[in-house]
Write a protein that binds this ligand. Structure first.
Ligand SMILES: Cc1cc2nc3c(=O)[nH]c(=O)nc-3n(C[C@H](O)[C@H](O)[C@H](O)COP(=O)(O)O)c2cc1C
Length: 405
């Protein structure tokens, strides 16, 4: 680079540019590039696509350069117990760590000479155009940050990400009034009766949900050692409620859930039905047979059954079993654009992020959510460019090398 600059300076001086007029080398260079547009010497650089910058925010928001650094800012902002509630998983946290480590164990086999002058991350999911394949997981944020669910929803709207809502409350209506509602999916841990399932489906459809997602991996409250040890107490809808976690208590969430639940929802709503928490080919096959319209490969971010297979490792068998009949999504451990690229290479249609955007929310509120999504999106674009993948259709299994295959 230095050599080129020096050559250019030499070739055009004296009189072409007076470098002393420019405050910095960067300013000099950008002016030179503009001025040089007319010269045949620069004909080749004219055909170069423009540099694409993600949206910019204040210096403070732009300071963390990756999701892990957002986590550090969030850690400083949050009280110790709440930080550990978010960061932690269940029991020995094998699955929590393995979700992240699985991405470190898969290597990319980049292609070269592929003409990646334009990078297109768009696709289609359940009838909705996705500009980029990153959705936001349900994460009950009002327990973490005041009005967290609503604040993150506005962030999702601003950056154009689909948002899973655990408890749609009156704030969804307010967001529609203010034209700040994101495209959103209703999310539930399931219901114990047909009438409550149907009521929930109708409420969500009426409120504007575009799909209904049932989390099916949480029949009982898991042992979360950090939560038990630090005696974290829950708040609900910003109101403090006392609910002490204890270890080894068989505390039911929705233990009676079966595939019949899908029929219950379908009898009340025409919205696409999604299940979150599939980890095996057997259950993926059953999901398709029971008329589910999309699967999320998930282990609840390592917060449910400890020892459950990391999601990236589970993905290939599920993709094979589903055989393109319905979209397969994945979450758990995604912290980088290259992680997303690996998941797409192994057959995911899109990914969801959980903690990544919760760190953004806890660090800087709404713009923190936006910045994390936009940062991951930008990282994905760069990764696709470097891997020789101009669009999502070009990404396939040959891009990934698996250590366990
Ligand atoms: C603080 C927190 C709360 C969560 N609450 C829910 C929930 O209410 N329902 C649900 O299906 N998943 C919940 N999850 C799991 C996420 O939806 C998602 O599966 C997980 O966070 C993905 O892993 P990642 O955090 O490594 O991205 C929660 C996760 C976190 C971190």
């Amino acid at each position: 680079m230095t050599e080129t600059i020096d050559q250019i300076e030499k070739a055009h001086s004296p009189g072409f540019v007076d470098r002393l007029r420019y405050r910095s080398r960067r300013e000099f260079l950008s002016t030179l590039t503009l001025t040089a547009g007319a010269s045949s010497l620069f004909a080749q650089s004219q055909t170069r696509p423009p540099i694409v910058y993600p949206p910019q925010y204040s210096d403070k928001v732009m300071e963390p350069v990756n999701v892990r650094e957002f986590q550090e800012v969030a850690k400083r902002n949050l009280d110790f117990k709440t930080y550990n509630y978010i960061a932690g998983g269940s029991e020995d946290e094998w699955t929590l760590r393995a979700n992240v480590e699985a991405y470190q164990r898969v290597w990319l086999r980049p292609r070269v000479m592929m003409d990646v002058s334009t990078i297109d991350t768009s696709s289609e999911l359940l009838g909705h155009k996705l500009e980029f394949p990153i959705l936001l997981d349900p994460t009950t944020k009002s327990r973490i940050v005041k009005d967290g669910d609503r604040v993150a929803a506005v962030g999702a709207h601003e950056c154009g990400a689909i948002y899973c809502v655990s408890n749609p409350l009156s704030w969804i209506d307010d967001l529609y009034q203010a034209e700040k509602a994101p495209v959103w999916w209703g999310s539930t841990l399931g219901h114990s009766t047909k009438s409550s399932a149907r009521g929930w489906a109708r409420r969500n459809e009426d409120a504007g949900a575009t799909a209904l997602a049932v989390t099916i991996d949480h029949p009982y409250s898991p042992n979360r050692d950090r939560v038990i040890r630090y005696n974290w107490t829950q708040t609900n809808g910003n109101t403090f409620i006392w609910s002490k976690y204890q270890g080894g208590v068989l505390s039911p969430t929705r233990p009676s859930l079966t595939w019949q639940h899908i029929d219950w929802l379908r009898s009340a709503s025409d919205l696409p039905l999604v299940v979150k928490g599939v980890l095996t080919a057997e259950d993926a096959t059953l999901a398709v047979e029971n008329g589910v319209q999309a699967i999320i490969v998930s282990n609840h971010g390592g917060r449910a059954l400890d020892g459950a297979v990391p999601t990236l490792m589970a993905l290939p068998e599920i993709v094979d079993a589903v055989d393109r009949r319905i979209p397969v999504l994945i979450d758990g451990g995604i912290r980088r654009g290259t992680d997303i690229l690996k998941a797409l290479a192994l057959g995911a249609n899109a990914v969801l992020i959980g903690r990544a955007y919760v760190w953004g929310l806890a660090a800087f509120g709404q713009v923190g959510v936006q910045r994390v999504v936009e940062m991951l999106r930008a990282e994905l674009v760069v990764a696709m460019g470097l891997a020789g993948m101009p669009n999502l259709a070009s990404i396939n299994r040959n891009l990934a090398r698996l250590p366990w295959e």
